[in-house]
Design a protein around this ligand. Structure first.
Ligand code: UT7
Length: 328
C-alpha cells in the first residue's frame, strides 16, 4: 500500500497588508523587510476569523477537488500553532464539525512551522498501515493573532493562511507516493521561538503577566542559523536515503520563513536555487500552512506533473525540522 496526495485546497484571507502599510505601524521599511526576508506582503485574517475558519475553507476545496464527500474521510489531522482554543479542544475537531465529517477521528499535530511535514507523515503511516483509507491533512494558521504588533523584529515576518490535502491509499504500483519522512527535534532550543506565558509553565495571572509575554518571541539569529542547517540536513538526508542527487529533484517545496535562509542553504551546497519554490513575497511566513499553500499554487500554475520528484522541508519552533520526498 502507498499513500498519495489526491488533492489540494488553499485559502488565504482577502485582506492583504503590504510592507509599506506595516511601516505605518512599526519603525520599518519595505527595503529592510524585503532585503532581509524576501517578503513584500502578507494576508491577515478578519477579527472574527480563527484558524479553523481558514482550515475549513481550504479543506472544503481539497474535498471538492478530490470529488469526495465528508463521509469518506477517516481521519482529520490539523497542524497549527495558533489553535482556536488554548489546548482543548483540538482545532481539528472544529474543522471536522464545520465540514460535516461524521465518521472520523480528529486531532491536532503541534510541530509549529514543521507541522505540515509531521502531519503528512502521520497520515502516510495511517494509510500505509491500512488503518485509514483517506486522511484530511490541514495546515491552518492565524499568526496575526499571536504576534506582538509593536515588535518589529517579529511582526513583519508572519501572515495568515491555510492549505489542505487529501491523502489516500494507492496500490504498490502507483507512480505517485509520499515517501518516509525525516522528523527531527531539538527541544533544548524550545525557548528560541515560543510564547512564554499563558500555558501551564507560566500561567496568565491577571494584573501580573505583562501583555507582551503572551505573544510570540524569537531569537532571530539563533533560529536563522538553525534553519539553514535544518534545510541542508533534511534535503541531504532525503537524497541519501533515496540514492538520489539534488539534480534528480524537480522541486524543493520548503517552509517559507525567509527566502534568505533558503538562498544561504542552496549556496552552501551548490544547489540550484531555482528549484526551490518560493512564494514568501506574497504570504510571508504562514507556518504550518506554507508548504500546502506552495503545493496548491504550484498545482494551479500547472507546474506539477505526474511522477515529478519533490522534496518538502519544514523547520521551526520546537525546534523541529523534517521533510519528505514526494513522487507527484
Ligand atoms: O518559521 C521559522 C521561524 N523563523 C525564522 O526562520 C526566522 C529566522 N530568522 C531570521 O529570518 C532573521 O534573523 C530575521 C529576518 C528575523 C532578522 O534578520 P537579521 O539579519 O538577523 O537582523 P538582526 O535581528 O540581526 O537585526 C539587524 C538590525 C537591528 O538593528 P541594529 O541593532 O543593527 O541597529 C535590528 O534592530 O535590524 C533591525 N531590525 C529591523 N529594522 C527595520 C530588526 N527588525 C527590523 C525591521 N525593520 N522589521
Amino acid at each position: 500500500m502507498k499513500a498519495v496526495i489526491e488533492s489540494i485546497g488553499i485559502y488565504v484571507p482577502d485582506r492583504r497588508m503590504s510592507n509599506d502599510e506595516m511601516a505605518q505601524i512599526v519603525d520599518t521599511s519595505d527595503e529592510w523587510i524585503y532585503s532581509h526576508t524576501g517578503i513584500h506582503n502578507r494576508h491577515i485574517a478578519a477579527p472574527d476569523e480563527a484558524a479553523s475558519d481558514l482550515g475549513a475553507a481550504a479543506a472544503r476545496k481539497a474535498l471538492d477537488a478530490a470529488g469526495i464527500g465528508p463521509e469518506e474521510i477517516d481521519l482529520v489531522l490539523l497542524a497549527t500553532s495558533t489553535p482556536d482554543y488554548v489546548g482543548l479542544p483540538s482545532t481539528a475537531c472544529v474543522v471536522q464539525d464545520s465540514l460535516g465529517i461524521s465518521n472520523a477521528g480528529a486531532m491536532d499535530v503541534m510541530a509549529a512551522c514543521s507541522g505540515f511535514v509531521y502531519a503528512l507523515e502521520t497520515a502516510r503511516n495511517f494509510v500505509e498501515a491500512g488503518t485509514a483509507g483517506k486522511v484530511l491533512v490541514v495546515g491552518a494558521e492565524v499568526y496575526s493573532k499571536i504576534i506582538n504588533w509593536q515588535d518589529r523584529t517579529t511582526c513583519v515576518l508572519f501572515g495568515d493562511g491555510a492549505g489542505a490535502v487529501v491523502v489516500s491509499a494507492a496500490d504498490d504500483s502507483s507512480e505517485s507516493w509520499v515517501g518516509k519522512a525525516l522528523l527531527a527535534s531539538e527541544g533544548k532550543e524550545a525557548e528560541s521561538l515560543y510564547r512564554s506565558h499563558g500555558g501551564t509553565r507560566n500561567r496568565y495571572v491577571e494584573g501580573e503577566t505583562p501583555e507582551e509575554e503572551l505573544y510570540l518571541k524569537m531569537n532571530g539569529r539563533r533560529v536563522y542559523n538553525f534553519a539553514v542547517r535544518a534545510v541542508i540536513d533534511t534535503i541531504q538526508h532525503l537524497l541519501d536515503e533515496a540514492g538520489m542527487r539534488f539534480e534528480d529533484l524537480d522541486y524543493v517545496v520548503p517552509h517559507q520563513a525567509n527566502a534568505r535562509i533558503l538562498e544561504a542553504a542552496a549556496k552552501r551546497k551548490g544547489w540550484d536555487i531555482d528549484k526551490f519554490y518560493i512564494n514568501i513575497a506574497e504570504y510571508a511566513n504562514t507556518s504550518a500552512a506554507s508548504i500546502p499553500i506552495a503545493l496548491g499554487e504550484m498545482q494551479a500554475k500547472g507546474m506539477l506533473k505526474r511522477g515529478m520528484k519533490l522534496a518538502t522541508v519544514g523547520f521551526g519552533s520546537g525546534l523541529t525540522y523534517g521533510g519528505s520526498l514526494i513522487s507527484w
